[in-house]
Design a binder for this molecule. Structure first.
Ligand SMILES: Cc1ncc(COP(=O)(O)O)c(C=O)c1O
Length: 382
């Protein structure tokens, strides 16, 4: 789809949206010649991120996938360990467990939001503990900007000392019980990929209230180089640090984070208003325990519509509008054909009926109406 059809005037799923101030921060980085993976803009970016999110510690990294790699390693996940992860997610969420040689077991979703179902998780944790093979970590995703029920997930894990690593890649700006997402987990990871609510073109942040964990992540992200002049390594790390130039973009983006959340929520509200009476169309819900950032508006195209997500995506594509199927569950991916899933039917159904509508904050009310009119026309002729 988007790979083949970047025609002029295309409406993208979630295009980057600069505030205008980014270039000033990038200019400052150039003027001081900090064209490097560390520098003042990077320090300021981390400081500002902590201020906005309330996390005590954080480290900026090259992307959300590397952030999760560091986060999982920091809580002790290693080869042969079991990691329980959301099946309804993007592969960048779970790939890191694979890099560490851990065995992924996938957990089904709640129907309303698509997030990990804590009751299904409980069942599997208790089964594994009873079998003498407790999981080394639990890795839920805050899907499409909606916080998972983290307190409940932590409550399931705590009695057995199982650390929770929250994948909040899609959910910066969202809250869970009044705080930034991920706080109740041992450690969380965020993404600043080009399509996220704010972007550094590529980038990520690992955040925690546990200083020791972030210290480890920071060390591994810089090739695990010991703080001595000569190149001394006691262990092997990675080259995962965010560049100072990209952090400068992030400084401009953090200034407009709340504006972007408000805009995404407004886009969602307009879609809901205009599509509420269309037969068979429903929306992934916002849970009562927090504010969803509505990174992408996800609709479900049910039986009653007489249509399918595939038909609607094709109709929008004909008008040069990008939309996407909902995430294809991990337990249905060929690369995870040998991995176990607990449940899976709910995630399968969300995939079968779900699709993401264009949700970029540069969209106008007219753009939203245009998308809705195409959806209505598609469904009435289906
Ligand atoms: C749920 C989820 N997890 C992880 C990632 C990985 O982030 P990145 O692309 O920055 O590596 C993404 C998005 O890209 C994501 O949507």
């Amino acid at each position: 789809m988007s790979q083949t059809t970047n025609k002029p005037d295309r409406m993208f799923l979630s295009a980057p949206h600069m505030s205008g101030r980014e270039i000033e921060y990038v200019k400052q980085a150039f003027e001081s010649n900090y064209i490097a993976p560390v520098g003042p803009q990077l320090n300021q970016f981390e400081e500002k991120f902590r201020e906005i999110t309330g996390y005590k510690y954080c480290v900026a990294v090259s992307n959300g996938t590397s952030g999760l790699h560091l986060a999982l390693r920091s809580v002790g996940v290693g080869a042969g360990d079991i990691v329980l992860a959301s099946t309804f997610t993007f592969i960048g969420s779970v790939a890191s467990a694979n890099y560490l040689g851990a065995e992924l077991v996938f957990i089904d979703s709640e129907n309303e939001t698509g997030n990990m179902d804590p009751e299904v998780l409980k069942e599997e944790v208790e089964r594994l503990v009873a079998a003498g093979t407790p999981p080394a970590a639990v890795l839920p995703t805050d899907i499409y900007g909606q916080a998972c029920d983290l307190d409940r997930i932590v409550e399931v894990c705590e009695p057995y000392g199982i650390p929770v690593v929250c994948d909040s890649a899609e959910s910066l700006g969202a809250t869970y019980k009044g705080r930034c997402v991920g706080h109740a987990a041992r450690i969380a990871s965020f993404s600043f990929n080009g399509n996220k609510i704010i972007t550094t073109s590529g980038g990520g942040m690992v955040a925690s209230n546990d200083e020791a964990l972030i210290k480890k992540c920071r060390h591994w992200a810089t090739q695990a180089r010991e703080p001595v002049l000569h190149y001394e390594h006691l262990e092997v790390g990675y080259n995962y640090r965010m560049s100072n130039i990209l952090a400068a973009i992030g400084l401009g983006q953090l200034e407009v984070l709340q504006d972007r959340v408000d805009a995404k929520r407004s886009i969602h509200a307009q879609y809901e208003e205009q599509l509420k009476d269309v037969p068979g169309i429903s929306f992934l819900k916002e849970a009562e325990f927090g504010c969803c950032n509505r990174w992408l508006t996800v609709i479900r195209v049910g039986e009653e519509s007489g249509s399918t997500p595939g038909n609607v995506i094709a109709a929008l594509e004909e008008h040069n509008i990008e939309s996407r199927p909902a995430w294809k569950p991990m337990h249905t991916q060929t690369c995870f054909a040998d991995n176990r899933v607990v449940g899976g039917a709910i995630a399968d159904e969300i995939y079968r009926t779900g699709m993401c509508l264009p949700s970029g904050t540069i969209m106008t009310p007219e753009d939203i109406t245009r998308v809705c009119d195409i959806i209505k026309a598609t469904i009435s002729v289906a």
